[in-house]
Ligand binder design. Structure first.
Ligand code: UD1
Ligand code: UDP
Length: 390
């Protein structure tokens, strides 16, 4: 390849799929897609951006989801502390690898900086970009994820949405790419691993909780945990739930949240709060198992809102809005922000309400639909590129 090459042309590409991942939810979302590509023998490679790197945010998921090690792993990303620095380091690193590998298709999934960097690097090289979990919106412009989603959707060639609402939203926004309603592979992963999680995980015993007698909590969103008042509100809200419902709250904290609790001098408060148990984040099978046996879930996570809904566990979302509005519409989820009284009230309502909703998240075959589409695209090129690289 010439040193000064700035973009790639179709006759220059290999018939491979490049998968860009690097965060906890991204690894989970791509696991069913990777397994489906492997099952069909379609050539692909995994490019890990290094955005998440702690063993309980990264390696644990490769083990639990039986994934091969990434083919490429960027270095120097974890040290970056700003959105610009982190995204720029990943953009440059991804571009270098894509220039070397020249895949015909690049897939990114979700709304993290990893995905923006992956989509942008591929777009600039004129590679086909597929965005998995396209079309979701919170309309909360404070969220870095919202900027990322809007940008990724508008530079992608194929937009794989989780449901029809995402497709109509993207049509309304007049995106350039092709829209496909495929479902969400996070749902595939959850459905596929639930029984395994229950069989293999000993997390309840290890963390000393009893089925149906605890509340599970996660929180990591920038707009929540980087704001001392919101973080303290969530901690006090969780303690209020524990006191009023006579249920311990097991708070599995993301490393960002643990750092912020320490930075803001809130760690002692969180550790000493009666009824609240602060623990480090756990691996995927342990988490699915803990969620499945919880009476209630408190979270600001996108993935966890969906998983709670799938497992018929009522959810209180520690935000004022959500992309996953269907979970609220069917009564599986309640928005409570970070006000302790509101959190306690929403928890009481959630616990009193029936939990027999119909799960609104597709058929659990999203990876199959996505890989079908990718395979058709690769086949088209393999046929047309006589003597090509297929
Ligand atoms: C990122 C995504 C968010 C997603 C979340 C999933 C962006 C803008 N945000 O947020 O959409 O919901 O991942 O978990 O991309 N840290 C560690 N070890 C790790 C990872 C992070 O210690 O393995 C700490 C570091 O101090 C780091 C901080 O957490 O600076 C924030 O990590 P970062 O990846 O920037 O954002 P997340 O909060 O994880
Ligand atoms: N998760 C996990 N261990 C934990 C907390 C969450 O395995 O301690 C999983 C959970 O099953 C879900 C995913 O992490 O699928 C959600 O990721 P996260 O909350 O980090 O990001 P978001 O979905 O909000 O982007």
């Amino acid at each position: 390849m010439a040193q000064d090459v700035k973009t790639l042309t179709q006759d220059n590409l290999t018939n491979e799929v490049g998968l860009v991942l690097g965060t906890r939810p991204g690894t989970i979302m791509f696991a069913p897609i990777i397994h489906e590509l492997r099952r069909r023998g379609l050539p692909h490679f995994i490019l890990h951006t290094g955005q998440h790197y702690s063993p309980n945010m990264d390696a644990a998921f490769f083990t639990d989801l039986a994934l091969p090690q990434p083919d490429h792993r960027l270095t120097g990303v974890a040290e970056k502390r700003t959105h610009g620095g982190q995204t720029a380091a990943m953009l440059e690193g991804i571009e270098t690898i894509l220039l070397e590998r020249r895949p015909r298709v690049v897939l990114v999934g979700g709304d993290a900086n990893t995905n923006l960097a992956g989509a942008l690097a591929a777009r600039k090289l004129q590679l086909l970009v597929g965005h998995v979990e396209a079309g979701e919106r919170s309309y909360d412009w404070r969220m870095p994820e919202e900027h990322n989603r809007v940008m990724i959707d508008h530079i992608s060639d194929v937009l794989f949405t989780t449901a029809a609402h995402g497709a109509s939203r993207l049509q309304h926004e007049a995106v350039m790419g092709e829209i496909r309603v495929s479902g969400n592979p996070i749902v595939d992963a959850s459905v596929q691993h639930l029984e395994l999680a229950k069989a293999r995980s000993n997390a309840l015993r290890r963390l000393d909780v009893v089925p149906q007698q605890y509340v599970l909590m996660t929180s990591h969103r920038e707009e929540n945990v980087d704001d001392p008042a919101s973080l303290e509100g969530a901690v006090r809200g969780a303690a209020a739930v524990a006191a009023e419902q006579h249920l311990p709250v097991l708070f599995l904290a993301h490393p960002r949240t643990l750092k912020r609790l320490a930075d803001f001098g809130l760690e002692t408060l969180a550790r000493d709060m009666p009824g609240l148990r602060l623990e480090e984040a756990v691996g995927y099978l342990d988490f699915l198992n803990l969620l499945g046996h919880a009476r209630l879930c408190l979270t600001d996570s996108g993935g966890v809102q969906q998983e709670a809904c799938i497992q018929q566990v009522p959810c209180v979302t520690l935000r004022d809005n959500t992309e996953w509005t269907a979970t609220v519409d069917i009564g599986a989820n309640r928005l409570a922000g970070s006000d302790p009284r509101r959190i306690a009230r929403a928890a009481a309502e959630a616990l009193a309400a029936p939990r027999n909703w119909d799960v609104p998240f597709g058929d659990g075959r999203a990876a199959h639909h996505i890989v079908d589409h990718v395979e058709r695209h690769l086949d088209g090129h393999a046929c047309s590129a006589e003597g090509g690289t297929a």
